[in-house]
Design a binder for this molecule. Sequence first.
Ligand SMILES: [Mg+2]
Length: 171
Amino acid sequence: MAQKCVFLDRDGVLNADRVDYVYKVEDLKVKKGVAEALQKLHNNGFLLVVITNQSGIDKGIFTEKDVANVHSEIQNQTGNFIKEFYFSPYHRTLTASLSTKPGSLLFEKAIAKYNIDVSQSWMIGDRFRDLIPAQKVGIKGILVENDYNETSDSYYSKDLLSAVDTYILGS
Ligand SMILES: [Mg+2]
């Protein structure tokens, strides 16, 4: 049976973003309401998949191991509800890759692996570049409040929990 899924951007959605990248566990600040939001989605039968650009790897600032450690800590702090973390290690100025958002390759991989029903699925991001690849593969996108002055007339929420309550679960 096809699976409904909520795709999640990481930095700025699950955790507070930092100009200098989030790659140390001690710099990780999971945002308010995230654990509750993920639990609600899980309880309502949504698969949870993170798709994140981690271009600092390509730039030599941190390693895949650092990224894995941060992802384990996100799981620890939010109840282990995330099925898989996909990340693109490439920086667009160094390595062109369809994996890097707004490329849609990592979405396509997840859709194939988990037999995801795009018509019942959502992407939540804090940049338009998170929503562009989702739209390309037929997934509705929700933009959350961000520091980039990016806003949307369609699906726009203060944060993850509000997006879940307003649009995805509609309560
Ligand atoms: Mg982000």
